[in-house]
Design a protein around this ligand. Structure first.
Ligand SMILES: O=P(O)(O)OC[C@H]1O[C@@](CO)(OP(=O)(O)O)[C@@H](O)[C@@H]1O
Length: 723
């Protein structure tokens, strides 16, 4: 917003710091920085943050707009001795004069001479406000003691508490009303997590005890004895369908693909009956069946019937120089494929290297002429590939092999290891955008365990850039085999995708997904409709209107959306075709509304309009069957959660493709499925994820992955508990 006629705009800054430990440690968070408003880097003049809740401190202030960015950092002061300051680690934070700039880097403080580390979640938002907006807000506040209704301005209440500080030109204590509605997020967490840390831990190293990751151990246990992909579990299930004896090989051949558990009363296909949806498959092939429905399951069958064995297993081998977004792309692809029901795991070779060789390799370790380094790196790459192939033997379907894999020799080694066991597709990420590279390098040094002990951030950046030059010297672009090249796509300004020798259902889905992805940060707001009359009655499905409370929520939601998205030039409102979501969206003005049938609530079939108690009494076997396997259970003439996931796939693709914010007003089961995608939740958890009424779940998609924030606008009078 340019300054008008010599009257300069004001930069509104809203800062939030969150950590449950701050209060315990008697530490008061402050902010200090380059502008006189922020103490001109004098810790004694640092601005204190105000405590907003048990673990949240915030500060809002207005800074006369400045030509240069506002550089600042957080610092902690001991409550009983404010002369003791602890300044946060890492580079200065910098705010330009853009509106709605959101900076999320976690604040890291070293306590007790570095023996203890305190991490605080950070949210920083900025807004350029014209003096007129500010004055009008002030006037509205003074005269009507109401939050301002000035178009476009924050709904602020101006707190004149810090009179003294008004001298140096800023009205302190501006408080964002929206923050009052923030409620804790569940374990999805919103701290920035280093994506490579979430990848598979080396079972090979685990056996030698050099890695202490229970998850992998649990994972191995899970794959071999639990879940419905293991033969013994499957045989037991089939005993029920064959009158109690273990199915003979002939009967096993009659096992059917349809993943819907459905009503136990329906005639189970036996070896005489054969319908299109019940392909005869031997139990061994059954293991590869994804826990998915519809298109994915049918394609998996087709691939199995016609494709060679290795086509049933797919490995996406990432290729690219460091800081090209490989790990981020790998994590996104893993999340998407898992959500569709494909057994997918992300193997990061860097993690193997760190576990086997420690985290303080300097750039020299990565020199192409460092024989020892090259051998060590190839060794851990082979270990990771061995682990992945073993996992595939146990039922894994798609492996994401994340490393630079920057030479033909390395790639040939991987292809040789995979021969006859799985299909390999190379996914090469190429980035020529200097700004994107610089940002990725700084993000990498900030987050990677390789630089956790590096106290001098700039030295870390130099070391990483040196490592980069060594890789560039030996880098050989992919020209061999099946490959996908993503060229300058992450910057969100076009770019291109090149593919070679790509065929089959799953590779096709992967290409389609990658074409639609980008990293442009934008919020996606998920919320259920306002309380409906059927919610009050405890009836499921249906197409009822809103209760009084539901109508009130629709008005609050409209006010929230107006404030939260006021500075967004374009945003859209998506609803289902059921009236409870359309009525909820009705009071929202100024944004296009789109009705998606794909967003309709799970179809309860013959149980539609019933209460859970009525189902339990009149259809006890349905009730029990759904309780036993709520993910796969399909209502008679209705849907399962897996069916809902399948029909939501185009919605996910469109949400990934959108660059502007989207408000999705939908239903409990539908939002469970959508949330599970963003939160990378296991499919088994989907049917029981908490999606309370009258609460907005804000998903922030961006460079550092997916973060979440929740706003509860009002209580739900009749919370609906799922079956
Ligand atoms: O899968 P469960 O837990 O039954 O939840 C789905 C049910 O939630 C409900 C409410 O009970 O959704 P909503 O009100 O959000 O449209 C029912 O309509 C729907 O059948």
């Amino acid at each position: 917003m340019a300054s008008s006629g010599g009257i300069s705009n004001q930069l509104f800054i809203s800062v939030q710091l969150e950590s449950p430990r701050l209060a315990e440690l008697d530490l008061d968070p402050h902010l200090f920085g380059s502008h006189p408003v922020a103490g001109s880097w004098d810790p004694c003049k640092a601005l204190p943050l105000e405590r907003a809740s048990a673990a949240v401190w915030n500060l809002s202030c207005v800074v006369p707009s400045q030509r240069e960015p506002l550089d600042f950092k957080f610092l902690l002061k001991q409550r009983d001795d404010s002369s003791q300051c602890i300044v946060e680690e890492g580079p200065n934070r910098s705010l330009g004069c853009q509106s709605n700039e959101v900076e999320m880097r976690t604040a890291v403080f070293k306590l007790d001479e570095g023996k203890d580390v305190l991490e605080c979640k950070v949210q920083v938002e900025t807004e350029m406000l014209s003096p007129f907006d500010l004055a009008a807000s002030w006037k509205a506040q003074q005269e009507y003691l109401q939050p301002s209704r000035v178009r476009g301005a924050h709904d602020v209440t101006i707190n004149t508490g810090l009179e003294g500080s008004a001298k140096n030109g800023f009205a302190s204590g501006l408080e964002l009303d929206l923050e009052k509605y923030v409620v804790p997020t569940p374990n999805m967490g919103s701290g920035v997590v280093y994506a490579a840390n979430l990848t598979e831990n080396p079972r090979s190293l685990l056996q030698t005890g050099s890695s202490s990751n229970n998850d992998t151990a649990k994972d191995i246990v899970y794959n071999s004895t639990k879940g419905d992909s293991s033969p013994n579990h499957y045989v037991n299930t089939m005993k029920g369908a064959t009158g109690g004896h273990a199915p003979s090989l002939e009967e096993q051949r009659a096992m059917f693909v349809d993943r819907g558990v459905g009503s136990p009363n329906f005639a189970r296909p036996t070896k005489q009956t054969f319908s299109v949806s019940n392909f005869k498959l031997d139990s061994e092939a059954k293991q590869d069946m994804p826990a998915a429905e519809g298109a994915v399951a049918a394609a998996a069958v087709a691939d199995q019937m016609y494709g060679p064995k290795e086509d049933r297993k797919l490995t996406i081998v990432l290729v690219g120089l460091p800081a090209r977004g490989k790990t981020f792309t790998a994590a996104k692809l893993t999340r998407y494929l898992r959500w569709l029901g494909h057994e997918t795991k992300h193997f990061n070779v860097g993690k193997y290297r760190r576990l086997k060789h420690g985290t303080n390799q300097t750039a020299d370790f990565f020199r192409g002429d460092n024989r020892e380094g090259v051998e060590a790196r190839n060794e851990v790459a082979a270990l990771a590939m061995e682990d992945m192939l073993s996992w595939m033997q146990e039922g894994g379907q798609v492996g994401i092999f994340d490393a630079t894999n920057s030479t033909r020799i390395r790639r040939n080694m991987l292809m040789k290891m995979a021969e006859g066991k799985c299909k390999i597709i190379f996914l090469e990420t190429i980035c020529n955008d200097k700004d994107v590279l610089e940002r990725n390098i700084r993000l990498k040094v900030q987050q990677s365990p390789d630089y956790a002990e590096q106290t001098d951030f700039e030295a870390g950046v130099q070391d990483f850039k040196e490592r980069l030059t060594y890789y560039e010297k030996v880098y050989e672009p992919v020209e061999e085999g099946s490959y996908i090249k993503m060229i300058d796509m992450v910057s969100g300004k076009g770019g291109q995708l090149q593919i070679n020798d790509i065929s089959g259902y799953l590779p096709g889905r992967i290409v389609f997904f990658l074409v639609n992805c980008h990293l442009t940060p934008r919020p996606i707001l998920l919320t259920r409709h306002g309380e409906s009359m059927d919610n009050v009655r405890g009836r499921i499905g249906g197409d009822s209107s809103l209760s009084e409370a539901g109508q009130l929520y629709s008005r609050k939601l409209a006010s929230f959306v107006e404030k939260r998205l006021k500075s967004e030039r374009t945003a859209s409102i998506w609803t289902s075709t059921l009236q409870r979501t359309i009525l909820t969206a009705h009071p929202i003005i100024g944004f296009p509304k789109i009705q998606w049938r794909a967003l309709d609530e799970i179809n309860a079939g013959v149980c539609d309009g019933m209460t859970y108690d009525e189902i339990k009494k009149s259809k006890p076997e349905e009730y029990e069957s759904r309780k036993k396997d709520k993910l796969r259970y399909r209502y008679p003439r209705g849907e399962s959660y897996l069916d809902v996931i399948q029909r939501l796939e185009p919605v996910i693709i469109e949400l990934e493709r959108q660059r502007a914010p989207v408000v999705v007003i939908a239903h409990q089961a539908v939002l469970r499925a959508l949330y599970a995608y963003f939160a990378d939740k296991p499919l088994e958890e989907v049917p029981n994820i908490e999606i309370p009424l009258h609460t907005i779940i804000e998903i922030q998609m961006g460079v550092a992955g997916v973060q979440e924030k929740r706003y509860k606008l009002m209580d739900a009078v009749h919370p609906t508990a799922g079956l």
